[in-house]
Design a protein around this ligand. Structure first.
Ligand code: ZN
Length: 216
């Protein structure tokens, strides 16, 4: 994933700078490499707030969405189906996106509304039923900002914007088409304009916006 590669590159640059500045003796290449790998694989501190139970939890999730066994059990429990109390591990790619958001907006807590849902009435094709989806918001960050970041940064995803309910739905959907929607007045509206804008190359943004303004 691009963000991880970018971070690795930044970490390399930072570590090299640090070694040059702080140490009179050049840091051996192996030590430097180890430092970089350690930084890239160290878990991200993910601060969570359970909106339903109004409790805080902090868990360490690696950027690739993996974690140690104890954390995996804790995460599975936190994200359990609230109707049935059933637990299931959440998809690794979804957790990787969660770790990315936690790091990007650190130290703001991620307020989760709903994750695994397996109760009667939940659609058989729901990504929540398949433990791939999270409904959430981040305190102090606009939904629009989170929505556009996710849609611009990731592929094989579903991103839903729920402005009335005040949350973002995100899911990973390998092998399925990217899907963006806005939920308004009780219905999903697919192919929203914001999704088109968020993925438009920066160089095209201005002229198209002008055309749009004068055209209507
Ligand atoms: Zn959802």
């Amino acid at each position: 994933m691009l963000p991880v590669l970018l971070k690795l590159k930044l970490a390399t640059t930072a570590a090299a700078g640090l070694a040059a500045a702080a140490s009179p003796v050049p840091m051996p290449a192996e030590v430097l490499a180890l430092t970089v790998v350690e930084r890239a694989t160290a878990p991200v501190e993910v601060r969570l707030f359970d909106e339903n139970l109004q409790i805080n939890a902090t868990v360490g999730i690696r950027r690739d969405g993996t974690m140690d066994e104890a954390t995996a059990a804790e995460v599975k429990h936190l994200f359990r189906c609230r109707q049935t109390n059933r637990e299931r591990p959440i998809a690794r790619r979804t957790l990787a996106m969660l770790a990315d958001l936690a790091e990007k907006y650190e130290p703001r807590p991620i307020e989760f509304v709903s994750v695994y849902r397996v109760q009667h009435g939940e659609s058989p094709t729901s990504p929540h039923r398949d433990a791939r989806a999270i409904d959430f918001r981040i305190r102090g960050v606009s939904l629009v900002q989170i929505r556009d970041y996710l849609w611009r940064t990731y592929s094989e995803v579903g991103v839903g914007w729920y402005p009335s309910e005040q949350f973002i739905h995100m899911d990973s959907r390998p092998t399925l088409h990217d899907t963006a929607w806005t939920f308004l007045a009780g219905a999903n509206h697919y192919h929203p304009y914001w999704a088109e804008v968020a993925r438009r190359p920066a160089s095209e943004a201005a002229p198209v916006a002008q055309r749009h303004r004068t055209g209507v």
